[in-house]
Design a protein around this ligand. Structure first.
Ligand code: GLU
Length: 469
């Protein structure tokens, strides 16, 4: 039997990192089992869906390595509406479902207590279809539904605790629970790997599979991803959109490596491993049962390591979207014609060891391309102290006299300027750095000045000196 798994996102918002993790787990499982990965877009909630969210899902999956054309689909749930209705009709015809027109208030009035689920009032009253009549599934009174779950063993649900749940609304439209089952059935899905939040739906869904006469799938409910307060990641509170990480300059390789470490680890105390190792070693049944902390700091550190591991030419290529402002990435502060590819290539290796996300390339190199640096006023005030003006005068004089404009000569020259005033190099270079780059932190100063060139360096130091008068 060919294993068939699916990833079934609802296009109701930006693509969530937790979703990306489920997609990767499905993807790897299919690969390991020689199976098929199906993508299904669950777009039946017309009020909340937008086509751009679907496009966002497809491109985010593509970015993370689940590329278009390499899976089956995308299928669209809405295209299967006829099947959903036919299944509802079959369940009614076979007596497994019945119509009900009770409101919540009706049920509460009868049971006289807090609403604790539907009381089965219409089970045997023979109400027929009609406007406002919802279709409810007749759950078994006895026995238990045992779910086979690759991660959780065999969670068991007592049938008498499962209410007769709605499968089609009063307007005849099937609900998510049924549509999801019918789609999995028509698509021949054998394994449903999804987030833990769907576990409460699972006994109901398994009952539907059985009632429709098809062997239910094997399930795997993966623990949720949480923030540092152990709260489930939420799009209102946390940074959850995969696209946001992509646009900030996380590398797809780092991101997918990190996502797979949420609740699982490769052998040998390693964390950063080639994707092929993850594809070989990942085991669904080894996924930890406790919720997984999405640690953005750790992800940053990871990404820094991935950036440092790139060959310089690839690093330069990877920076291009931030240097030019491509797609959803904001344009840099310089004009395209101000950009100098050779100057960038000269400083790229220095930047590569210092940035953790690619977008940080911009504030590190903007001084090279802008006619005058963007001065960070707080940095200026903090750095320019009594004596800075004279120090800058001396630096200009010493730099003007320099024979060779190279990092080493620049360094020894400025060191000497500082030594005359009893200053260490760090203190001496701070005002020069602010004058030239506008910031207190950045790439190594003397290499930067070498690339910037004598004229521009001197112009900037003189301009800063004028501000200090
Ligand atoms: N569309 C559902 C969701 O995005 C998926 C349900 C499932 O995987 O079965 O949560």
């Amino acid at each position: 039997m060919t294993i068939r798994v699916r990833f079934a996102p609802s296009p109701t918002g930006m693509f969530h990192v937790g979703g990306a993790r489920s997609a990767l787990q499905n993807w790897i499982y299919a690969k390991q089992q020689g199976g098929v990965f199906v993508l299904r877009i669950e777009d039946t909630d017309a009020a909340r869906n937008k086509p751009e969210w679907t496009e966002g899902i497809l491109s985010a999956l593509d970015w993370i390595g689940i590329s278009r054309g390499s899976y089956e689909g995308p299928y669209f749930q809405s295209a299967n509406a006829g099947e959903h209705r036919a299944a509802a009709a079959r369940l009614y015809d076979s007596g497994r479902a019945y119509y009900c027109d009770c409101t919540r208030e009706d049920v509460q009035a009868r049971t006289g207590s807090q609403y604790q689920g539907y009381d089965g009032y219409h089970r045997d009253r023979g109400l027929g279809p009609g406007p406002g009549h919802a279709l409810r599934f007749r759950t078994p009174d006895e026995g238990a539904t045992v779910v086979v779950d690759l991660i959780r063993g065999e969670p068991t649900f007592e049938n008498k605790l499962i209410e007769d749940f709605v499968i089609a609304r009063g307007d005849g439209s099937p609900v998510f629970l049924l549509a999801n089952v019918v789609d999995d059935m028509t698509m021949g899905i054998t394994h449903v790997i999804r987030a833990e939040e769907h576990l409460p739906n699972t006994p109901k869904q398994q009952l539907l599979w059985e009632a429709l006469g098809v062997k239910p799938p094997i399930w795997a409910h993966v623990p949720v991803v949480v923030n540092e307060k152990r709260q489930k990641l939420s799009k209102r509170r946390d940074k959850v959109a995969l696209e946001a990480y992509r646009d900030e300059g996380y590398l797809a390789g780092a991101m997918r490596n990190y996502l797979m470490l949420l609740g699982w680890a490769p052998s040998g105390d390693r964390e950063i491993v080639p994707w092929s190792v993850i594809e070989d070693e990942f085991r669904l049944d080894e996924v930890n049962l406790s919720s997984a902390f999405f640690d953005e700091k750790k992800l940053r550190a990871f990404n820094g390591e991935y950036i440092r591991a790139l060959p310089v030419a690839e690093f330069i290529d990877a920076c291009q979207p931030w240097l030019t402002g491509t797609g959803t990435i904001a344009p840099p502060p310089w004009q395209p014609e101000e950009f100098d590819a050779d100057a960038f290539a000269a400083v790229a290796p220095l930047a590569q060891t210092r940035i953790a996300v690619l977008s940080e390339i911009v504030p590190n190199v903007d001084f090279l391309f802008l006619a005058s640096p963007l001065i960070d006023e707080a940095a200026w005030t903090k750095t320019m102290k009594d004596g800075s003006a004279e120090l800058l005068d001396d630096a200009v004089a010493a730099f003007e006299a320099l024979e060779s404009w190279d990092a080493e000569s620049l360094k020894s020259t400025l060191e000497a300027v500082g030594a005359e005033r009893g200053l260490k190099l760090g203190k001496t270079q701070a005002p020069v750095r602010v004058a030239v780059t506008g910031r207190t932190v950045g790439l190594p100063l003397f290499e930067s000045l070498e690339v910037l060139g004598r004229e521009r360096t001197l112009t900037r130091i003189r301009a800063a000196r004028l501000r200090l008068v």
